[in-house]
Design a protein around this ligand. Sequence first.
Ligand SMILES: Cc1ncc(COP(=O)(O)O)c(C=O)c1O
Length: 401
Amino acid sequence: MQKNCIYLDNNATTKVDPQVVEAMLPYLTDFYGNPSSMHTFGGQLAKGVKTAREQLATLLGADESEIVYTSCGTEGDNAAIRAALLAQPEKRHIITTQVEHPAVLNVCKQLETQGYSVTYLSVNNQGQLDLNELEASLTGKTALVSIMYANNETGTVFPIEQIGLRVKEHGALFHVDAVQVVGKIPLNMKTSTIDILTLSGHKLHAPKGIGALYVRRGVRFRPLLLGGHQERGRRAGTENVPGIIGLGKAAELELLHLEEATKRERRLRDRLEKTLLATIPDCVVNGDPTQRLPNTTNIGFKYIEGEAILLLLNKFGICASSGSACTSGSLEPSHVLRAMGLPYTTLHGSIRFSLSRYTTETEIDQVIEVMPGIVERLRALSPFKNDDAGWLQGQSLVTSH
Ligand SMILES: Cc1ncc(COP(=O)(O)O)c(C=O)c1O
């Protein structure tokens, strides 16, 4: 990473907090034993792991016995879905949404080839669900409802507890991918309807390679990985001790900073968003304007390509992201923005800025300063400026090969 980069891509990953690094270091040097060993050396690690588990459980309002460590959010989502289905083999219906992360969507797609039926709930143009559609889809055969807490691309937050109440009425298990939410919205599993929750360390200033599941006590959980008895038989494999210690410290720090950081990030995000909307013509915010993560804004700049904006931002040392994946010469717009039914004119020119507690006023000022020039420059080159019909035609050519 460039040393002086302005990092506004925190929904992709976050900077590891120096205090987290400090907490982890002894476990990468002196305390290298295996926490399952019988000797005192191993036992010292087990104590550290226990403390870390308590720190994470406290952030979630959960009991430490309800935490199962994983390697990442993707493993957590895979394990949660498989576990929920194995626990109720007689039920073969799953409900999810069209806007989930691929870690959920691709598992569901594979399950469809294995005899499961999957309902993919639609969203409106603000990325919100229709709870009537959920009600109508739930049946006694529904084994699992897997719905994200907040969307990684738009930040739209779903009404998870309202959803959970409906899910419970039908006796299905409720899995929530909260990878983008832990540390950004206060959670209390004691009063929640969630049965299984996924989180990932690298989204909350812990390192990559560590994640966790919250599994409500009493929920039957069949492990994805079979082997030793680690994690009370729920996830085999020698523990990633430094990662667990780091995630524990990160959880403690999130709890400490949550209220203050959330306020600050919301204020900076709103300033960025309002100023860009006021100074740049033809741009719109994608997502729910009120039910949204405090750190995220996704803005569609009409008539230009998101990738081109990113390249120019990069020249100014600004890191953001677009929802498009550039594959084999074709520009595939984000499945999330497509599910929202956004017009082509905004679909291709959407940029996500995602802040963290490290984001400064000066950094936001710099983005505000450079963005109008970047958009103007690209629009000057765009043959489709102010020409929706031409843009549509041009896009269909680009995406058809
Ligand atoms: C909502 C959501 N779920 C799951 C994941 C996957 O997490 P990981 O990168 O830890 O595998 C991500 C990562 O971006 C995410 O945003």
